[in-house]
Design a protein around this ligand. Structure first.
Ligand code: BG6
Ligand code: MG
Length: 210
């Protein structure tokens, strides 16, 4: 690894909680009669809960008040947390575990940079509650991706400059956030083909060849 530190996005990079976000939003959208599918769901990757709701409501004919929106976001979060509650360390994919262990053995500092306010809970569920050297998440920021705030916060906690760090992202908004913050980026999953990323990963362990 030629970078001095790695900052990982969480949902869709470390674990498949991106799928649970989709399922929870889908239940809500169906209840409200709003068209929503996996393609539209890709627009929600990396963006905050409230901004995600706004994107979903763009397809609604009904206008919602701020109080109604807050209640809908809370309803989605409850559905999502029920799914998270079933997660165990077995939900940490083998390839991810192997990659994290190899980077740790190399002495590479590692952080999480996620827009999610559920980050501490998820890390706990999958057995990574104490693994990372730093965690920057949705509870610590005011602007979500594509703003670089969460990655800058993670780099600051690691005491590394952005140009020393590699960001790993599955969200197009996250790839853009890395670019704006002056970070190199390895894109995976939905963002894999994004030309703004320097590296394109089939699987997380491809990081070990960089
Ligand atoms: C990001 C996800 O990690 O977290 C987004 O990619 C999600 O889809 C965002 O909206 C906020 O998550 P939470 O857990 O705070 O609702
Ligand atoms: Mg993600």
């Amino acid at each position: 690894m030629k970078y001095g530190a790695v900052i990982f996005d969480l949902d869709g990079v470390i674990c498949s909680t991106d799928e649970y976000h989709y399922r929870a939003w889908k239940v809500l959208a169906d209840r409200l009669g709003i068209p929503f599918d996996r393609e539209r769901n890709n627009l929600l990757r990396g963006v905050s809960r409230m901004e995600s709701l706004e994107i979903i409501l763009e397809k609604s004919e009904k206008r919602y008040t701020q109080a109604e929106k807050e209640s809908l976001a809370a309803e989605k979060n409850e559905l999502y947390r029920q799914l998270l509650g079933n997660m165990t360390p077995a939900d940490l994919p083998e390839d991810v575990k192997r990659t994290l262990d190899a980077l740790r053995a190399e002495g590479i500092p590692m952080a999480i940079g996620s827009s999610s306010k559920n980050t501490p809970y998820i890390l706990e569920r999958i057995g990574l509650g104490h693994f990372f050297d730093a965690v920057a998440d949705g509870n610590m920021i005011t602007r979500s991706k594509p703003d670089p705030e969460v990655f800058l916060k993670a780099a600051e906690l690691l005491r590394r400059a952005p140009e020393e760090c590699l960001v790993v992202e599955d969200a197009r908004a996250g790839v853009e956030a890395a670019r704006r913050g002056g970070f190199a980026c390895a894109a995976i999953g939905d963002a894999k083909g994004d030309p703004r990323a320097q590296y394109h990963l089939e699987k997380l362990s491809d990081l070990l060849n960089l």
